[in-house]
Design a protein around this ligand. Structure first.
Ligand code: PMP
Length: 381
């Protein structure tokens, strides 16, 4: 089995799995209980929060647990704009056309609520988001700019520093939210370098279980919650915290912090090997590469071949990759379309998400199955 779909989700790491088990079997108190078991669970939850805060150099009390990046994105956009309510025409939001469906969905909801949303498209030649396009769209009525750090399909690294500086220079009151799901714990991101107001991340992209995420909320901001209950998570996300999942996310964050530089070096070399192997075996391969791309992601196609045919063939041979975001369930990529790739590239798009658990042998096996696919197809036709 070769798993190359690590943008969709990752295998849970040993440290995270062991931590979750410990919290479920031994340290299972409710962190809001006042007795000793509760206090011990609260301490573990605090340690997890601290580990996650360290990844982005945030104060520990600015990290709120959520069920994942979908919830974090919705809380930041719907709750964050609610908090910054400007009154006049309900304000303006700027985002990009290549965001994850959870950001685009939240923005559509805000449009229904009377907000005006500007969707910035990548430059069609470089296939990349131009920071100035975002900055130019900001006006005195702009409540929020929501931009991702790394695109989950093309791997594009967005020019976040320039965006933050430009947006704040143009309108100091505009809040900046960053969906850092494909960056958090994988690429360097510290708040002193990228001083955003809100940041979303998800556990299952960095070898923690599914169903846990965080929202960083800059001190002094209070997003309007969707639900009401107890005083957990600063009342931003009330309800008993999933301590096993939160602590597993903390453990995964610690592991990623320990070997951040080696991990990047490892996947960078692996991606270079993958690109070279693809080019050597299939000289007609077309890479869908914006200007700056994450070493964890590669998007490409073979003109004239549909993604689904290749994916099905690979899946039958225990090789797992995807065409676009798992959350869009087989719909053609809105990202590649917005980024100006042609129909053949969109219809044939394949996305590989690498992880530190992948090896050169995985790549060799993938290339050999892909060669079999092309041989089989040609022998039929
Ligand atoms: N944003 C991005 C960029 C993502 O890649 C994903 C996961 N596909 C999400 C948000 C949603 O994350 P979750 O599955 O934790 O809700």
């Amino acid at each position: 089995m070769v798993y190359l779909d690590n943008c969709a989700t990752t295998q849970v790491g040993k440290e995270a799995a062991e931590k979750a088990l410990e919290m479920m079997r031994t340290n299972y108190g409710n962190p809001s209980s006042l007795h000793n078991m509760g206090t011990t669970a609260l301490k573990a939850l605090y340690e997890a929060r601290y580990s996650l805060a360290k990844v982005i150099a945030a104060p520990t009390n600015t990290i709120y647990f959520t069920s994942g990046a979908t919830e974090s994105n919705n809380l930041a956009i719907q709750g964050g704009c609610g908090c910054a309510e400007m009154g006049v025409n309900k304000g303006h939001i700027v985002t990009t056309a290549i965001e994850h469906s959870s950001v685009l969905g939240a923005c559509r909801k805000m449009e229904e609520n009377g907000y005006h949303v500007t969707y910035i498209r990548p430059d069609p030649i470089s296939h990349s988001i131009n920071a100035n396009d975002i900055i130019n769209a900001v006006n005195p009525n702009t409540v929020m700019v929501s931009v991702m750090a790394v695109n989950n399909e093309t791997g594009e690294i967005l020019p976040l520093k320039k965006i933050i500086n430009g947006v704040k220079a143009k309108n100091q009151k505009t809040l900046v939210h960053c969906d850092a799901t494909q960056c958090f714990g994988k690429l360097p991101f510290k708040l002193y370098e990228y001083p955003v107001d809100y940041l979303s991340a998800s556990g299952h992209k960095i070898h923690a279980p599914k169903g846990i995420g965080i929202l960083y909320v800059r001190t002094g901001l209070f997003p309007v919650p969707f639900k009401y209950g107890g005083s957990q998570e600063g009342q931003i996300n009330p309800g008993t915290e999933s301590v096993p999942l939160a602590c597993a996310f903390g453990a995964a964050a610690e592991s990623s912090l320990k070997s951040a530089a080696q991990n990047i070096q490892y996947v960078t070399q692996l991606k270079e090997y993958l690109i070279q192997s693809l080019q050597t075996a299939f000289p007609y391969v077309s890479f869908h590469a914006p200007k700056k791309v994450s070493p964890y992601i590669l998007n490409f196609s073979f003109q004239g071949y549909l993604s689904e045919h290749i994916l099905d063939y690979c899946s039958l041979h225990d090789i797992y990759l995807s065409a676009s975001s798992a959350c869009t369930k087989g719909r053609k990529s809105h990202v590649l379309k917005a980024a100006g790739f042609d129909k053949g590239q969109i219809d044939g798009a394949l996305r590989i998400g690498l992880s530190i658990y992948n090896t050169k042998e995985d790549i060799d096996l993938f290339i050999s199955i892909l060669s079999d696919f092309f041989n089989d197809i040609h022998s039929i036709s």
